[in-house]
Design a binder for this molecule. Structure first.
Ligand code: SF4
Length: 235
């Protein structure tokens, strides 16, 4: 079983949701929030890979990578686009004062976990003047997490494990860069719980392989399928 972070996360949210998405092929329609977030990620990736770090090139990347789906009309799309321009303009100003060097963008990792393979994609890896590695994940929501939330964040810990086992790289810092909120939240990485996480990823992969898709209704209130799922407790 080849298990990505997204598949792992969704299986742990609710195995039935995993089945709807990855076995039955149901789709989650784009929303303004998801479309906007994806556009910003695409723009940042293209800009960092271009090697031309001007504001103009960043805004040009936003124009060329902007996704138009998910908005109710042109006026709404235009408001979100302007929000993206403001966020990236501020982001660019902050980038100019940073001393770290970007060593990888959208970096894929794969490691063997028992009989399975775990994989994921890290938004960005920087290396400071002291040689220490920083794993960076971009978020495009309105707020910012606390340091404690970043330290415990399962996605960041999955990525840290992937960086160590799949890329042979020792992460020193985990950073959530909140592009819209204009905040960067960084914490030192400690390897506590790595074995437990690795074991849980294996258990999830084995559950998927065995088609163990029992619904977990704790996630229903936030689920995209809550209106028509027969097991939903949040219709
Ligand atoms: S509505 Fe509830 S039970 Fe149904 S897929 Fe979503 S989380 Fe699972």
């Amino acid at each position: 079983m080849d298990i990505s972070f997204t598949r792992y996360r969704i299986y742990r949210e609710c195995p039935w949701k995993y089945k709807l998405l990855f076995v039955d092929g149901r789709k989650i329609p784009m929303t303004p929030k998801s479309s906007f977030g994806l556009s910003l990620h695409r723009a940042l990736e293209a800009w960092l890979e271009s090697g031309e770090f001007t504001l103009e090139s960043l805004l040009s990347a936003l124009r060329s990578r902007w996704l138009t789906s998910g908005y109710e009309d042109d006026a709404a799309e235009s408001r979100w686009y302007e929000k993206g321009v403001r966020a990236l303009t501020r982001f660019h100003g902050e980038e100019e004062s940073r001393r770290a060097r970007t060593v990888a963008v959208e970096k894929e990792f794969v490691w063997t976990s028992g009989a399975h393979q775990a994989r994921g994609m890290i938004d960005r890896i920087d290396q400071g003047p002291d040689g220490a590695y920083e794993l960076i994940d971009y978020k495009t929501g309105p707020g910012a997490p606390t340091e404690e939330q970043v330290a415990k964040d399962i996605q960041m810990r999955f990525y840290a494990l992937g960086a160590k086992r799949g890329l042979g790289l020792e992460p020193a810092t985990l950073t959530v860069d909140c592009v819209v909120a204009g905040e960067r939240v960084s914490v030192p990485y400690d390897g506590a719980g790595e074995e437990a996480l690795d074991a849980d990823i294996r258990a999830a992969a084995s559950g998927i392989e065995a088609a163990a898709f029992s619904p977990d209704t704790r996630y229903c209130p936030r689920c995209d399928f809550r209106k028509d799922c027969p097991y939903s407790v949040a219709k």
